[in-house]
Design a protein around this ligand. Sequence first.
Ligand code: SAM
Length: 467
Amino acid sequence: MSSHLPAALLDSLAGLPGYNRETFERVHAAAEKITSLRLNPLKITTPERVQQVLQALSANGVQRVPWSSEGYYLPARPSFTFDPYFHAGAYYVQEASSMFLEQAVRATVDLSAPLKVLDLCAAPGGKSTLLQSLITEDSLLVTNEVIKPRAALLADNLTRWGAANVVVSNNDPRDFSRLPGYFDLVVVDAPCSGSGLFRRDPELVSEWSLENVTLCSQRQQRILADVLPAVKDDGVIIYSTCSFSAEEDEVILDWLADHFELENITIPLDADWQIVPTVTTKRNCTGYRFYPDLLKGEGFFIACFRKKGSSQSIRKQKESRQVALTARQRELVAPWVNIPASWQYFLHQDEVLILPPLLATDITMLQQQLYIRKAGVKAGQLGQKELIPDHQLAASTILAETLPVVSLNLQQALLYLRKEDPGVNTDIRGWALVTYKGMHLGWAKFLPNRMNNYYPKELRILKEING
Ligand code: SAM
């Protein structure tokens, strides 16, 4: 069976640990499609809920991803577009090998401590949603994407995920040198030549060339050099790609060890996982290779380092420039939310932002250094008499439990998500939270003879329901 993989790629991989040309070509030619997803522990909180969500996606044949606490393989790819659980942020559809980031994080940082984490190349948000699930509520995740429309997609996916301890930024890696020594953990899931995804997306093959591998390798070095100052001393940097090429993997590890004071960290493996450790010849650094002919996942590479030496760290906090709410304004917002007393409300123009304590302390400084697209939870727009609630609040986990709720069946939920009128019979008047099987979908305002659908236009389902 021919795999249509570039001969120059196959030749360049000869001799790499775990590479077997015959089985590698065979698995690409077979082109099996693997579907996996990771549940959102913020929203799917009981074993019954887990079963409900998985059952709705696939009646049977669901299997655990062995290196992930929330990851599952599905036997076939369902229509996620027509699954209200997807829109409610119950899960993120993520390639299984990438979920191994969980093991890398567990092996390198103390997840019980409040951490400042940066996901530098983050869109569409697979690794960020995973990182958010691993850190404590009093930690902070800055999730960044340099390409503007991709940063918008990242923000939407993080809104769906619902966590308050997240900032979404749209910056070039070099901008992070303005935050020296700020982060305990930085993840660089670098843009790469993409050979690891050739089985899943064969159309990527035509874009591959050895020249591009070299260009990617140079760009990866630039990105790492730009962000390293932002890692704290004794902080951790995790580097990953979806490329099989040594130039983007092992060579980068040696380059890092050559140019910076970094200590390579190994990750404990279970032999059954069939993940292949690779040790660089020059600097003895260990990385991990994922081959689709050895495990149930796509091509992936990951390695971890601890930063050594003494470098500059961030200056004293700048004075907060945030505008607090007046007592009257707080009264308008309070019935909508359920937050600990240590959390803060800020007014940004006429919008109310809700920030957990660490983010509230650092937001002014972050705003001065980064272009921030989203921070904490936007509760809504404050008018004279009422709060017009924002979708971010509906998708969050800080909503008051006493709000009026209208629950929809599947057909109604899909109409609502298309921003149409689901035709609900209710005595409720005014604002209500629209739900599907207990999951929050968004806001609606019920008037005597109609319902106004407040689902965000840019998130609505465009596909015809029976199309
Ligand atoms: N981490 C993401 C996830 O798990 O969903 C996937 C990230 S993808 C491998 C790499 C990202 O880097 C892309 O979103 C791409 O837009 C971004 N990127 C491209 N060029 C970049 C550059 N020069 N510096 C930083 N990021 C870049």
